[in-house]
Ligand binder design. Sequence first.
Ligand code: ZN
Length: 244
Amino acid sequence: MLEATLEKPAGQYGDLIARAVRICNAADVMDMNGHVSARDAADPNVLWINSRKASRSTLTAADVVPVDITTGKRIGAGDEPPSEFHIHTEIYKRRPDVHSIVHSHPQHILALSIIGQPLRLVSCVNPFLPEEGAPTFDSAVLINTQARGIAVAEQMGQAGAIVLRQHGTVVAGDSVEQAVVRMITAELNAKLQVETLQMGTPRYLVGEELAVLVKENTSPIIIRKFWHFHEETARTMGALDGLA
Ligand SMILES: [Zn+2]
């Protein structure tokens, strides 16, 4: 099975993940250590992820590597996945609905975690977080062991995101496009939350109003529009140079 996976061209996931990482970088939600993964549609026990060492600014399809989700081993020879790949493998094991994961360390989500404020919805844009806010993993350590990956995945449960205190955040989606848009909109929401906390007590989105917003503001058409906007913004910045 692993050989069959290796015979498949990485192109489909290689280009998509390279593009996704660069779009996140252009949107200021990626840094030198972040990563994006996708579950292989043809083999759900395989994920594709940017390598540990490749620059997130100039990532190409050749820098995207396959990992066996069950064993956590890199499939084949070549560059290794990031040390925090356990985040991805343990969430994929528990969430058949998840097909893409983004992990990075955006500033405003980090700032909220430092003062012990949950990431809660203040923005009507793509409101995918639970009403009570994203769960928080109460540790600042790297998720570089399987035990830590399990702890994060279990605390995340069925949520679309989890905050890692004084470390970063993880978002999950049913596609690479949705996961990327979720990371960008989560950080924009956090920025608004940080700004309004300096002015008073934010009015969080709850109840029936939130239910309507979720129904109307998170559709696949809207996600596609967000992705397209950020992709084209990245392109005009030159952040996609070298990709098709
Ligand atoms: Zn990290």
